[in-house]
Each structure stands twice: as structure tokens, then as C-alpha cells.
Design a protein around this ligand. Structure first.
Ligand SMILES: CC(C)(COP(=O)(O)OP(=O)(O)OC[C@H]1O[C@@H](n2cnc3c(N)ncnc32)[C@H](O)[C@@H]1OP(=O)(O)O)[C@@H](O)C(=O)NCCC(=O)NCCS
Length: 170
């Protein structure tokens, strides 16, 4: 009985997730980024890079995830910058689609459950894409990042000097 009530309350608590939607953001309060607050909005949007937000039923942004698109897996932010510029320049000679690997270099949430949900939503989007074939993270060397991605189904790709990469198989 107590367990049933707890389960019901838990389901109700996460009800907002069903009504949430993934949107592309042109602006975000970067000071709220606990992972890489030093990266400007310009950095996050140039060379085809994208910022996605999970909008809740009240229109508030409950989670944010930032992406760069590359053809190689970066192990530092400097490599992320370089590889995504390279992919962007190469794309001019192709169809305008930048890179084959989506690199998630930061994710944060302001509402419990938002983190997992935004990962699920971007995963679906990448799976549908015709030119992206990998979803890889460039994560900080923290237990929070490790536990979060492993719990959500990613596999450890490599642990680097300053970062770690996880991969969600697409
Ligand atoms: C890491 C981070 C993004 C996780 O986001 P979050 O929204 O708090 O966490 P989750 O999405 O994993 O969900 C939290 C809990 O809700 C639960 N939950 C999520 N959706 C649910 C649902 N539909 N029904 C029931 N439970 C649900 C999860 O199981 C999890 O439970 P647990 O804490 O008992 O394991 C967040 O803590 C954060 O912003 N951290 C700082 C930045 C950071 O370190 N980012 C990661 C590295 S880039």
C-alpha cells in the first residue's frame, strides 16, 4: 500500500517529462552551465554547433545540452574546437551537413529527470539523422558525469588526461 502510493507519487512527479519538448536555442544563460561556463555563446553556435534545450510545460528550460559536429573524437576542448572547424570547412564541399559525429560537450539540468530526458530526446533525433552516425560525449573527469552517462546506457570509450569520452551506440 505504502509502496503503491510512493510509486504513484513518483510517476506524478515525473509527469512533466511527457509534455516536455526538445528545441534548438539561440541563446542560453551560460553562467548556469556548471561544466563549461567559460565557453561563450559565439563558441557554442559557430561552425554549425548547436545548443538544445528541454522545454517543460510552463515553457521553462529544464535541461540544456551543447553539441559540436566532428569527424574525429576530441579529447580536449581545443581538439573539439579544431575538429569541428575542420568538419565545417569540409562540409562546404559536400552537402552542407557538418561532421558525422555529434559531440555532446556539456549537459546540465535544472529539474530532476531533465538530464536523462534530454539525452533520450537528442538520441532519437540523431538516430533519425541521415548524416550523423555516432553520439559521443566530451565529459569532465567527474563521477557525476561518469555515473550519469553509464546509467543512461552509454559505454565508456576512453578516459583521457583531462576528460572522458562516453558513447551512446546509435
Ligand atoms: C548530471 C545531471 C545532468 C543529471 O540530471 P538530472 O535531471 O538531475 O538527473 P537524471 O535525469 O539522471 O534523473 C534523476 C533521477 O530521476 C529519475 N528519473 C528520471 N526520469 C524518470 C521517470 N520518468 N520516472 C521515474 N524516475 C525518473 C532517474 O532515475 C534518477 O533517479 P536516481 O537519482 O534515483 O538515480 C545533473 O545532475 C546536472 O546538471 N549536473 C551538473 C552538470 C554535470 O555534471 N553534467 C554531467 C556531465 S557533462
Amino acid at each position: 500500500m505504502v509502496i503503491d502510493t510512493y510509486k504513484k507519487l513518483k510517476t506524478q512527479f515525473f509527469d512533466w517529462l511527457k509534455k516536455s519538448e526538445l528545441i534548438e536555442l539561440n541563446d542560453v544563460d551560460i553562467k548556469k552551465d556548471p561544466v563549461r561556463p567559460e565557453l561563450t555563446m559565439d563558441f557554442r553556435t559557430k561552425y554549425g554547433r548547436k545548443v538544445y534545450g528541454l522545454k517543460d510545460e510552463e515553457g521553462e528550460i529544464a535541461a540544456v545540452m551543447c553539441f559540436a559536429f566532428t569527424n574525429q573524437v576530441p579529447t580536449t576542448v581545443e581538439e573539439l574546437d579544431k575538429f569541428s572547424q575542420d568538419a565545417y570547412l569540409q562540409s562546404h564541399f559536400k552537402s552542407g551537413q557538418v561532421g558525422q559525429i555529434a559531440i555532446a560537450y556539456t549537459v546540465w539540468s535544472t529539474k530532476k529527470g531533465g538530464g536523462r530526458r534530454i539525452v533520450q530526446e537528442v538520441y532519437k533525433m540523431i538516430k533519425k539523422s541521415h548524416h550523423l552516425n555516432r553520439l559521443v560525449t566530451l565529459s569532465p573527469l567527474t563521477d557525476m558525469a561518469r555515473n550519469f552517462h553509464l546509467k543512461n546506457g552509454a559505454k565508456e570509450l576512453q578516459v583521457n588526461k583531462e576528460t572522458q569520452n562516453f558513447e551512446y551506440e546509435v
